[in-house]
Design a protein around this ligand. Sequence first.
Ligand SMILES: NC(=O)c1ccc[n+]([C@@H]2O[C@H](COP(=O)([O-])OP(=O)(O)OC[C@H]3O[C@@H](n4cnc5c(N)ncnc54)[C@H](OP(=O)(O)O)[C@@H]3O)[C@@H](O)[C@H]2O)c1
Length: 437
Amino acid sequence: MSNEEAPIQQQQVDLEKTPEPAEPKPAEPHPAPAEEPQQPAAAPSADDAQEESHTFRALVLTGHGGYDKIKLQVKTQRMAAGSGELLVRVKACGLNFAELMGRQGLYDALASPPVTMGMECSGVVEAAGEDVEDRKAGDRVIVLSSSGLWQELVVVAADQTFLMPDAMSFQEAAALPVNYLTAHMMLFEMANLRPGKSVLVHMAAGGVGIAATQLCQTVPGVTVFGTASASKHETILQGGLSHAIDYRTKDYVEEIRNISPAGLDIVLDPLGGSDTNKGFGLLKPMGTIVVFGAANCVTGQKKNLLAIAKTWYNQLSISTMKLMQANKSVCGFHLGYMKDFSLIRTTMETLLGLYTEGKIKPRIDSTYHFEEVADAMRRMQERQNIGKVLLLPEPKKEEEKVPEKEAEKEEEKPAEAPASPQEEEKAKPEEAKEDQG
Ligand SMILES: NC(=O)c1ccc[n+]([C@@H]2O[C@H](COP(=O)([O-])OP(=O)(O)OC[C@H]3O[C@@H](n4cnc5c(N)ncnc54)[C@H](OP(=O)(O)O)[C@@H]3O)[C@@H](O)[C@H]2O)c1
C-alpha cells in the first residue's frame, strides 16, 4: 500500500455558522423508480415558515481521496417533513464498501462532492408529513437511500422506510438493508438458489459475505465455499460456511477443485478482473456467476490507476456464441441502479420475516462514532472486519475515549457479536434490548 497517506485519527469538526434556508434532502430516493416523475422543486409556501431550525452533525465527502476527505460538519438548517415524508432522528448508520470506493471517486452512483454520504440507517420518526398514513412519530424505522444518511437528522420519503421488528436493535437495523438485499436478490432472483447447490462467496467475512452465507443456510443442503483472510476462518465456519479458503496464501481455484472437481453452481463475484474469469471457469454447466463489485480496484486510501487498469484489462470478455456453448449464465447486480422498488420492498419484507424467525441475524463487527469515521473506514479497508462496521451519530462520551495504545489493543480482539443466528439465539434477550432506547 505504498500510495497510502498517513492515517488520520479524527476528523475536524467544521461548524457551519450560516443557517441555510432549506432542509438538506438526504438524497434522491434510493433507488429512484424510473417511472416515477421527478418532483419539481417545491415553491415557497406557508408551510416553509413552519419549518423548525435544527442543528445536527453530518459526515460530508468534501473531495475525492484519502480518509481526510470526509469531514464531520455541524449544520444548522430548517427542516420539516413535507407531504409523504418523515423527519427521522438517526441512531445508527451502515458503512459499505461502496463508500470506500465513493471516497476515492470510484462509485458512479454517488453525486460529486460535497455530498453527505450514507446509504442505510436506522432511527426514530420525529414527525410524519401530510399524506403519511402508515408511519407516526415514535416509530422505529430502517431507511434506505442512495446517499445522505450519515446525518443525525434526515428528511426521507416515507416509502423509503421499513418498520423495524420489535426484537431488532438499531445497530442490527442499520446493518441489514444493503448487505441482505444484495445477497438475497443475487441468490434467489438471479441465481435461483435451490437445495443441494454449491455457492462460492468471496469476501465471506464481510457484510455481504456473512449475509449470503446465512441466506444459503435457509435452503437445505447448500454447500458454501468462502474466501477470507485466515484469521477470520474460525468465526465464519461457526457462522455456517462449509469450506473457508485463505485466498491470500492459497490458489482458491485449486482448493475448490480439490474438494469439488466438477466445480460450482453459483459464484458471487464482488472482486472483478481476473477473479471473474476464475469464477466463470469454476462454474458447472448451467451454473451462474453474478458480478456485483470491483473490489480489486481498491488497494489503498487513494485511487490506484494501475489497479483499476489491471482489473479492467483482465475482466471477463466472452461472445454470446461462446456463452451459449458454455451453458453458463453471467449476471450483473447493482442495488444502487435497481429501478424496481416494489422488488426491494417485497425482498425487505421477506428479510424482516427471516429475521423475526431467527433465520438471519446481522453480525456487527464494530461501531464508531461519527468523529471516528476515518478509523471505521480504515478497519474495512485494511481487511480487519468480520461483519458490519457501523457509524453512530451521537458524539463519543468522554469516558468512552481510551488512550491510543489501549485502543489499538482493543482493535486486535475478535468482535464479540455472535457469529451465527444459532449462537445469537442464546444471547438474544440482552442483545435485542441493547440499543433500543
Ligand atoms: N452491487 C451491489 O449492489 C453491491 C451492494 C453491496 C456490496 N457490494 C460489493 O460487495 C463487496 C462487499 O461489500 P461489503 O460492503 O459487504 O464490504 P466487506 O465485505 O465488509 O468488505 C471488507 C472485506 O472485504 C475483503 N476484501 C477483499 N478485497 C478487498 C480490498 N481490495 N480492499 C479491502 N477489503 C477487501 C476483506 O476481507 P478478507 O481479507 O477477509 O477477504 C475486508 O475485510 C464489495 O465489493 C462491494 O462493492 C455490491
